[in-house]
Write a protein that binds this ligand. Structure first.
Ligand SMILES: [Zn+2]
Length: 74
C-alpha cells in the first residue's frame, strides 16, 4: 500500500452516505433525508480561503469593538 500524496483523488460520491439515495451531480443536500453533502469527497468544501479570511476579519472586528468599549468604560 502506497501513501504517496499523488494518489488518485477520491471517487465522487454518487449516493447519499446516510440513506443510499442516488444524488444529482450538483446537489448539496440529499433529496430524501436532507443530509448535507458539503465536504464529502467530490463535493465543494465550505472552507474556501476567502471564507476563512472573512471569518478571521469578523472576529478581529468584534475584538476591536469590545476593546474600544472596555477602554471607554474606564
Ligand atoms: Zn440521504
Amino acid at each position: 500500500m502506497s501513501l504517496s500524496p499523488e494518489a488518485a483523488p477520491p471517487a465522487p460520491v454518487t449516493e447519499c452516505p446516510l440513506c443510499g439515495t442516488a444524488l444529482a451531480p450538483d446537489a448539496t443536500r440529499c433529496t430524501q433525508c436532507g443530509y448535507h453533502l458539503v465536504g464529502i469527497p467530490g463535493r465543494p468544501t465550505p472552507w474556501t480561503k476567502p471564507a476563512l479570511w472573512w471569518t478571521a476579519a469578523g472576529l478581529l472586528i468584534v475584538y476591536a469593538i469590545t476593546l474600544l468599549i472596555v477602554a471607554l468604560a474606564r
